[in-house]
Write a protein that binds this ligand. Structure first.
Ligand SMILES: C[S@@+](CC[C@H](N)C(=O)[O-])C[C@H]1O[C@@H](n2cnc3c(N)ncnc32)[C@H](O)[C@@H]1O
Length: 282
């Protein structure tokens, strides 16, 4: 009997939290987003602005297609999918408190190996994510990760957490690419969650330096066209975005729901409450 219960628990698809800190991450909003969606009878899920994967980690679809433009991020998911135990072992090897010279050595190493699809690079990625200033991922003009040191006593995920994430990833396909590369793979009835970098509210608010390509006003318009094409094809589409007039008018034929989240804004020390939108066609 005990054995049976154990097997059932192992099979249960848990709702999980992200194992990385990610600017614009939807962890704090995810319950509100889910409470506004009917996710029954959906087999295939696409999340092409993956980041911290808040949506995927809470969900339970038969198959998920996860992608992002950041190859180091995608490598991290790939390595956790394959070998969470080794990732955990390597992370626990780091001496704490972390010093700034140790941080900058690992940052240099990370930049030398940028794009490598290896376990070592995934470990460096998680280390930097947990010890950098505010956990943001920002690159300079030559594509080098340039976030300064921030946290001497990082909290890494537990082994159980990494194993749970790994198990959930077994039903996922990972790739690094532009979001619109999924265009020809989606089919009627699929769910697509789009969570792009947000437009600037001002010169300092919101964050859109994840990759070398900044997501500007034209990119937002292209994304709105992409969402419409997918919607016309019969896909279920949900979009997160900032509560701005421009964004509202791009999606004027869609259902728009307001929500609010505490976000770190670079000109302020504390997190402030900003309004966001959930935009959907079902
Ligand atoms: C707002 S974050 C996603 C946050 C995620 N939903 C979460 O909860 O953590 C946006 C993501 O889009 C990625 N990105 C930026 N431009 C992209 C593009 N053109 N195609 C695909 N991904 C892109 C960034 O690397 C970043 O991870």
């Amino acid at each position: 009997m005990k054995e049976k219960i154990k097997v059932n628990l192992e099979k249960e698809n848990k709702s999980l939290k992200p194992f990385i800190r990610w600017a614009g991450g939807k962890q704090k909003l995810i319950n509100e987003i889910f409470s506004n969606l009917d996710l029954n009878n959906i087999d295939r899920f696409f999340e092409p602005f993956l980041g911290g994967a808040s949506f995927f980690l809470k969900s339970d679809f038969k198959h998920s297609f996860l992608s992002d433009l950041n190859p180091n991020l995608i490598n991290c998911y790939e390595q956790i999918k394959n070998d969470p135990q080794s990732i955990f072992n390597e992370l626990t090897e780091f001496k704490t408190p972390v010093t700034d010279s140790m941080y900058y050595d690992i940052r240099d190493e990370f930049n030398r190996h940028s794009g490598d699809q290896t376990l070592e690079q995934a470990v460096r990625f998680i280390f930097l994510n947990r010890t950098s200033f505010n956990g943001i991922y920002r690159v300079n003009k030559s594509g080098k990760y340039n976030v300064p040191f921030g946290k001497a006593n990082p909290a890494f995920s537990s082994l159980d957490h990494l194993k749970d994430v790994s198990q959930k990833l077994q039903s996922a396909t990972l790739s690094f690419d532009y979001y619109d590369s999924i265009e020809d793979f989606t089919q009627q009835g699929d769910l697509i969650y789009l969570d792009p970098p947000y437009p600037k509210l001002s010169d300092t608010a919101y964050f859109n330096h994840y990759t070398l390509d900044k997501f500007d006003q034209n990119s937002q318009e292209d994304l709105a066209n992409f969402a419409k094409i997918q919607s016309d094809k019969g896909c279920k589409v949900v979009i997160s975005n900032a509560d701005l007039e421009d964004i509202r008018s791009m999606y004027k034929d869609w259902e728009i729901i307001e929500c609010s989240a505490y976000r770190f804004i670079s000109c302020k020390k504390e997190r402030i409450k900003v309004k966001e939108l959930i935009i959907k066609n079902f």
